[in-house]
Design a protein around this ligand. Sequence first.
Ligand code: FPP
Length: 251
Amino acid sequence: MTPLDPLKLPVHLAVIMDGNGRWAQQRMLKRIIGHQRGAETVKMVVEQASLLGIKYLTLFAFSTENWSRPTLEVRALMTLLKKYIHQETARMMRKNIRYNVIGNRCELPDDVNETLDEAICKTANNTGMVLTLALSYGGRQELCRAAARLAQDAVAGKISTSDITTGLFDSYLDTGGLPDPDFLIRTSGEMRISNFLLWQLAYTELYFTDTNWPDFTINELHKALADFQSRERRFGMTGDQITQRGDLSNA
Ligand code: FPP
């Protein structure tokens, strides 16, 4: 396995888990079997990320646009999510992992919301990794929700236009309180963001692999993280400035 520097891991890892459907179709299986196998990969990545000491893991589990899929697939995905969250809560407790959800929860079925509430409540005092599931999530929709809440507070006189900074806007997002992702992995060969964390990905390092999500392994995760560790993040500065900063912070 690719050796990793524990001091240079992403604080926040985000993943677009893509290719479940194609994985199944290539094997003449129903798409839901691909999602079921995908849920096994979720278990592995959650466990590995937590073991490695990654503080925040955010998974794109169901997009706003996914509601347009065939009803049977949507239903099966909701059932799978519910089952996963229910079954995995005990492991989350053992691993000290805290559940969090972003997205428009009003659109989720009541039973899924109940299961989520239970899991969030039970894991609320865990101090290890924060596992955020993006459910019924769309980046543009999140930005609209944030803008609407901000406008409400402005109308109510709680804030004025001069208060509006990137930091304040950030606090109105579903992800308020979470740091921006340092690293985004997308599986299945598609090279796009697909309405995921549009604001938060401004300076995120992106990584694309052709592997479909059900085939994504520990080795691939380590390879991706090693790739992250080889990158120079400049945040709009020059390479020399970054080197100098590194020298100063090591002094
Ligand atoms: C994309 O593959 C994946 C999804 C829309 C759902 C992701 C769900 C899981 C990984 C399983 C359950 C999740 C959790 C958190 C337990 P796709 O169906 O778009 O694949 P395709 O592009 O090949 O059709």
